[in-house]
Write a protein of this length. Structure first.
Length: 317
């Protein structure tokens, strides 16, 4: 079959809403796009453990500590699922990690902001995980099978994380004036970075059009961002705190909230490595990887020993 016919068959499979599996033929550009997107997603899950991890020992009580610890463990699991899905495309995990540690690969800009108070943990769960769910639920119908299947479990766990964060914010807002002020301050600092999580506007998004054609993406950046705003503003109203946007208002004619302009200069500055915590985050990940080398070596040695024993038993039998 000619390459042209193969590409036609490939696109027809996608248009029929059938999954592409690892052993199926796929265009090189499709494979590269998936590797870029899935690896960035995996990196984001792993780096995303850091802003919350340093609050595990400072959580206000044992229940909060256990819940936060479980959440950080979930994020590690999400990274594992996604790295495994990426490996089905023929790339080694070590290569992906090298790209992250060298700064060549990107991860979500949101994780380069500091967590200054306990309320930030609530805001991350409510806003950041809420935005993640909005982004990721459509990925359960992604055209690439391993990615789509990984996202089913990830989205279920992210839903728990979002509810956990909102419950923290609700508790603070029903507490003392000082606690409510802490919740408002967290919302003020995390609102705009959360809107940036959906990526640049559609007209400036480099990969969106092709990703939509391949059904890797199902919904555009701007539409997802609007859905998030429409969902989140009433939740803020219920909490009794205000979204930090003087232009925010309900538009009767469109049936959506209008909101102010996003500071894209800040977004690109963070993406380029100049955010408040970019260097700190990468340094922490590199250090953790290096200090964990003995665990990987021990696991490989154990696996090799088990393999040798299995081969010996097979020869004896």
């Amino acid at each position: 079959m000619s390459r042209e016919r193969m590409e036609e068959y490939f696109q027809a499979t996608i248009d029929a809403d059938q999954k592409i599996e690892p052993k199926d033929w796929m265009p090189d550009a499709y494979r590269k796009t998936l590797i870029r997107q899935i690896s960035q997603h995996a990196h984001s899950e792993i780096v995303g453990m850091l802003p919350e991890g340093n609050w595990i020992t400072r959580a206000p009580n044992l229940r909060r500590k256990a819940a936060l610890l479980a959440k950080v463990q979930d994020e590690a699991g999400h990274g594992l699922y996604l790295y495994s899905a990426c490996e089905t495309l023929g790339v080694e995990r070590e290569e992906l990690l090298d790209q992250l540690h060298s700064g060549q690969a990107k991860y979500s800009s949101i994780f380069n902001y500091p967590t200054l108070t306990w309320a930030d943990i609530g805001a991350i769960g409510w806003l950041v995980d809420g935005a993640a769910i909005m982004n990721q639920v459509p990925l359960c119908r992604c055209s690439y099978g391993p990615y789509a299947r990984a996202m089913v479990r990830i989205c279920k766990e992210e839903s728990f994380h979002q509810r956990q964060g909102y419950e923290i914010m609700l508790t603070l807002c029903r507490g003392s004036d000082e606690q409510k002020a802490m919740a408002q301050d967290a919302l003020n600092r995390w609102w705009w970075p959360a809107l940036m999580m959906f990526g640049p506007n559609d007209k400036e998004s480099t990969h969106s059009e092709q990703s939509m054609k391949w059904r890797i993406k199902r919904i555009s950046n701007d539409e997802l961002r609007q859905r998030f705003v429409d969902m989140t503003v009433p939740q803020a109203d219920f909490l009794g705190i205000q979204v930090p946007d003087p232009d925010m208002k309900w538009n009767e004619s469109t049936g959506h909230y209008d909101f102010g302009p996003i500071n894209w200069d800040e977004f690109w500055n963070v993406v380029k490595g100049n955010g408040p915590c970019n260097r700190e985050r990468l340094k922490a990940r590199v250090q953790a990887h290096e200090e964990g080398s003995w665990v990987r070596e021990a696991a490989m040695a154990y696996a090799e020993k088990r393999k040798q024993r299995a081969e010996e038993r097979a020869r004896v039998a």
